[in-house]
Design a protein around this ligand. Structure first.
Ligand SMILES: Cc1cc2nc3c(=O)[nH]c(=O)nc-3n(C[C@H](O)[C@H](O)[C@H](O)COP(=O)(O)OP(=O)(O)OC[C@H]3O[C@@H](n4cnc5c(N)ncnc54)[C@H](O)[C@@H]3O)c2cc1C
Length: 525
C-alpha cells in the first residue's frame, strides 16, 4: 500500500462521504495515463457505486477544496484524468457497470457509465440489436461513460459517426453535486428517455467534453437492428493519398460500417505480433463469429492459409467491413467498395484483418507497448474528405522535419487511417520509442507476457524528441482546421475557439462547476 500523501485529509473525506469506497492502494498506477505522467500521485481513489455516492463525493470534495479526476478504464492518452495536484481524488467509475434497461420496443438501452462496450455487445447480440456506434478497439475494458466524454469512434463510425451520435440522453452530476438530466427524460412528469432533442440539444454539451462539465452517471443510447449480413475486403495501395481518397468516397456513399487503413509496418506487425494465422483461439472465434458454422470454418481456413503469406508483400492496407439487411444488400455494397478501391489503384488482397476484427472486435489489451517493449504515443485528427491527402502529406512533412532527431533517438512511426462518416477521414499517427514502461502499460498482461517483456530503460532525451515532434504534428493539423475526439489537456481547445464560442463555453463551465473541481484543465487548457 502506498502511504497517502495526507492520511488525515483522506479520513476527513471518508467521514463526509460515508459508505464511499476510498483507497490509497497503487497510487502510482493512477499517476499516469498511457502517455502522460502527473507531477503528483493522487490523494486517493474513490470508487462510487451509485449516482448518490458520486453526488456525495462532489459535495465533500467541494467543501474540502479537493479536485476530482474521473476515470474509466484509464485507456486514454490525452492527460484527461491524471491528477492536477496532490489534492486530486481519482473517481474510478468502473464499479457503476450495470445495464439498467434494454427497451427493444422503443429502441433504447440505458446503462451506467462503467459498462464496457464488450459487455453491452454481449447483452445486445442475442436480441439482434446493436447501438449505431458500438465500441472502440479498446472496448474489452473501455467504458461507455468515458468514450462519450471523448467522442470515441471506430465500430460503426464509417457510416454512423462517433459515439456521441448514438446518445439519446444523460444523467450527470455537476460540480455543485446536483443531478442534471438531459433529453426527453428531463421532464417534471414521468417520461421515457427515448428522444434526444426535445427543445435545444442539452445532451450534446456533455459529449466530447472530456468530463469537464460533469460526471456522467447514466446514459441512454439508441438501439437499431444488428446487421443480418456482413461482407469484408482488403486492398493494398502503393499511394496512401489515393487510399485516403477512396476511404473518403466510401464514407460519402455510406457504404461501410468500418474502413480502416494501416501503414505497411503497422499492418505487418499486427499480423505478426498477434500471430493471426496461427492462433488457434483466433480461428475458433472466427468460426463462432461468422454467420454460420460452414462459412465460419471457410473463413478460418482462409485466414490460416493466407494470413502470414501476404503480410510481407503489402503496401498501405485498407480494410473494409460492410453490413446489409440481407446478403444481396451486403454484396451490392461490397461490390461498390471494391470498385472504388480498384479505381483508386488498390490491389485486392486476402481480407484476414477485417475478418478477425469482426470475430474479435475487442482484443485483449496486451499491446500498450510494442512487441519489442517500446512506448507509443497516439495522435489523431479528423479532416474533411477533400483534405485527407493534403493532411497526410503535411504530416509526413512534419516527420521529415524531425528526421534527424528521430534517427538519433531511434523513434519510428506508423499510421492508422479511418473513414469517419460521410464528411471526414481520420489520420492517426503512432510514434514509437524506447523508454521505461508505466505500470498501466503492463497492467493487462498475463504472466507469460510479463516474463517475455523486454523492459526498456528511461530515455528522457528520446521522450523530449517525441514531445517536440508531437507538438509540431498537432500544430500542422491545427493550421488545417483538423478536429480531435479525445481533447483532455492534450489538444488546445479553448484558445482555438472564436471569442463568442469560447465565452459561452467558459460561462457554462463556471455555471456547472463554479469552483473548477471537476477534471480541471480538460477542454480549458
Ligand atoms: C489499444 C487502444 C485502442 C484504442 N482504440 C480506440 C478506438 O478504436 N477508438 C477511440 O476513439 N479510442 C480508442 N482508444 C482510446 C481510448 O481507449 C478510448 O477513447 C476509450 O473510450 C477510453 O475509455 P476509458 O474507459 O479507458 O476512459 P479513460 O481513459 O478512463 O477516460 C477518458 C476520459 O473520459 C473521462 N471520463 C471517464 N468516465 C467519465 C464519466 N463517467 N463522466 C465524465 N467523464 C468521464 C475522463 O476524465 C477522461 O477525460 C484506444 C486506446 C488504446 C490504448
Amino acid at each position: 500500500m502506498t502511504p497517502a500523501a495526507d492520511p488525515s485529509l483522506v479520513a476527513e473525506l471518508s467521514s463526509r462521504a460515508p459508505g464511499l469506497a476510498l483507497s490509497t492502494d497503487d497510487l502510482e498506477l493512477y499517476r499516469t495515463d498511457i502517455y502522460y505522467t502527473a507531477e503528483h500521485a493522487p490523494l486517493a481513489v474513490a470508487s462510487p457505486i451509485s449516482a448518490d455516492e458520486v453526488a456525495g463525493l462532489v459535495r465533500a470534495a467541494r467543501e474540502l477544496r479537493l479536485s476530482l479526476a474521473t476515470r474509466g478504464a484509464g485507456l486514454s492518452y490525452s492527460a484527461g484524468y491524471i491528477p492536477s495536484d496532490a489534492r486530486t481524488v481519482i473517481v474510478d467509475m468502473t464499479r457503476m457497470n450495470r445495464i439498467v434497461e434494454i427497451n427493444a420496443v422503443d429502441r433504447y438501452v440505458t446503462v451506467q457509465p462503467g459498462v464496457t462496450w464488450s459487455a453491452l455487445r454481449d447483452a445486445l447480440r442475442p436480441l439482434g440489436l446493436t447501438t449505431p456506434f458500438w465500441g472502440t478497439f479498446s472496448g474489452l475494458f473501455a467504458t461507455i461513460g468515458a468514450s462519450l466524454s471523448q467522442g470515441a469512434k471506430f465500430y460503426g463510425s464509417a457510416s454512423r459517426g462517433t459515439s456521441a451520435e448514438s446518445v439519446l440522453g444523460l444523467r450527470l452530476v455537476t460540480g455543485t453535486g446536483e443531478l442534471l438530466v438531459t433529453g426527453s427524460a428531463a421532464s417534471s412528469d414521468p417520461a421515457s428517455p427515448f428522444f434526444r432533442n426535445y427543445g435545444p440539444d442539452l445532451t450534446g454539451i456533455f459529449l466530447g467534453d472530456s468530463g469537464a462539465f460533469g460526471i456522467k452517471v447514466e446514459i441512454t443510447l439508441q438501439l437499431i437492428p444488428a446487421a443480418a449480413e456482413t461482407g469484408v475486403c482488403s486492398y493494398s495501395f502503393d499511394d496512401p493519398v489515393a487510399q485516403l481518397g477512396a476511404m473518403g468516397q466510401i464514407g460519402s456513399e455510406l457504404l461501410a460500417s468500418e474502413c480502416l487503413g494501416m501503414d505497411p509496418f503497422s499492418a505487418r506487425s499486427r499480423m505478426e505480433s498477434e500471430g493471426l494465422a496461427a492462433d488457434f483461439k483466433t480461428l475458433g472465434s472466427v468460426v463462432s463469429g461468422s454467420g454460420s458454422f460452414v462459412s465460419g470454418v471457410a473463413n478460418a481456413a482462409r485466414i490460416a492459409m493466407q494470413g502470414r503469406r501476404f503480410a510481407s508483400k503489402i503496401g498501405y492496407l485498407m480494410n473494409c467491413i460492410v453490413e446489409g439487411r440481407d446478403r444481396q444488400d451486403a454484396r451490392s455494397r461490397l461490390r461498390r467498395v471494391q470498385q472504388i478501391a480498384k479505381d483508386a489503384g488498390g490491389k485486392p488482397i486476402p481480407a484476414s484483418v477485417p475478418r478477425v476484427m469482426r470475430a474479435i472486435p475487442f482484443p485483449r489489451m496486451n499491446g500498450l507497448l510494442t512487441p519489442s517493449g517500446k512506448r507509443m504515443n497516439w495522435l489523431h485528427t479528423v479532416v474533411p474528405n477533400s483534405r485527407g491527402g493534403e493532411c497526410f502529406q503535411r504530416t509526413e512533412a512534419a516527420f521529415e522535419r524531425h528526421a534527424g532527431a528521430m534517427k538519433t533517438n531511434g523513434i519510428d512511426r506508423g499510421y492508422l487511417l479511418s473513414t469517419h462518416g460521410p464528411s471526414g477521414v481520420g489520420i492517426e499517427t503512432l510514434i514509437r520509442w524506447s523508454d521505461a514502461p508505466y505500470p498501466i502499460h503492463t497492467q493487462f498482461m498475463n504472466e507469460a507476457e510479463h516474463a517475455r517483456l523486454r523492459r526498456r530503460e528511461p530515455n528522457p532525451e528520446a521522450a523530449r524528441a517525441v514531445a517536440e515532434l508531437s507538438q509540431d504534428i498537432m500544430a500542422e493539423w491545427r493550421a488545417m482546421g483538423g478536429v480531435h475526439m479525445q481533447i483532455g489537456r492534450k489538444y488546445p481547445y479553448l484558445k482555438t475557439r472564436l471569442p463568442e464560442t469560447a465565452g459561452l463555453l467558459s460561462n457554462l463551465k463556471r455555471h456547472l462547476d463554479p469552483d473548477g473541481i471537476i477534471n480541471p484543465g480538460n477542454l480549458f487548457k
